[in-house]
Write a new protein. Structure first.
Length: 95
């Protein structure tokens, strides 16, 4: 997968992070997929946690991290991918 240059000159890859989130402590869990560009795994995890906090999630358990090798075939990931390429963080929840 070709990396995309970041504004600061570092290279970034498109990550997908899968986990469980809750809106309140001990509340019902929902599965979450977060897609974002980052230069490395540590940065991807840090930005994922920040994005989840901005979305109002109180707790997050991150289970898997991987690299995307191009646009996903299925929705809602395919639509989210375009925004990720532009620098957005996509938070996709499944109840």
């Amino acid at each position: 997968m070709p990396p995309w240059p970041e504004d600061d000159g570092t290279e970034a890859s498109v990550f997908i992070i899968i986990g469980q989130v809750t809106k309140r402590p001990d509340g019902p869990k929902a599965t979450v997929h977060v897609m974002l560009k980052a230069p490395d795994e540590d940065s991807a995890v840090r930005e994922t946690l920040n994005a989840l906090a901005r979305e109002g999630f109180a707790e997050a358990e991150l289970d898997q991290i991987g690299l995307l090798e191009g646009m996903p075939d299925e929705e809602p990931h395919a639509s989210a991918y375009e925004g990720v390429i532009e620098g957005e963080v996509a938070v996709i929840t499944f109840d």
